[in-house]
Design a binder for this molecule. Structure first.
Ligand SMILES: [Zn+2]
Length: 133
């Protein structure tokens, strides 16, 4: 049984979501430095992509590895307790992400996902060894 109240649960989720913003900022800084101009969180597109490049018909999602279930990634390791709470939530997130990407592609958008673990330092964007994207 889930013993967290509704408020506690949404607070916990907000905290985890909040962690996703750090890699997002890193990507934004990098792209900006490289001269790319983009829009943020376009609510009209499926999944509200983090970065939108309208002229290129391209969107980028910056995903936290845990929250968005980066396959095979150590940062996506499950917590030891309360799996009955986490598993359905996390599975829903993953399915929602995949659905949004499918919808975007159908609308003619190219999609790209940058994972948190691909940002080992804020100036580089290469994937680490042994990770799938
Ligand atoms: Zn990862």
């Amino acid at each position: 049984m889930d013993t967290l109240s509704r408020t506690e649960r949404s607070e916990r989720m907000a905290r985890i979501r909040g962690r996703d913003t750090k890699p997002e900022l890193a990507v934004r800084r990098l792209l900006h430095r490289c001269g790319f101009r983009y829009r943020l969180h376009r609510a009209t597109l499926p999944g509200k992509p983090d970065l939108v490049f309208p002229s290129r018909q391209k969107v980028i999602f910056v995903h936290g590895c845990f929250w968005h279930r980066h396959p095979g990634c150590p940062l996506a390791r499950l917590p030891r307790s309360r799996l009955e709470f986490w598993l359905p939530k996390l599975k829903d997130n993953r399915l929602r992400d995949l659905k949004n990407i499918r919808r975007l592609r159908k609308l003619g958008w190219k999609t790209h996902v940058v994972w948190e673990c691909q940002l080992p330092d804020l100036n580089r964007l290469g994937p680490r060894k042994g990770h799938t994207v």
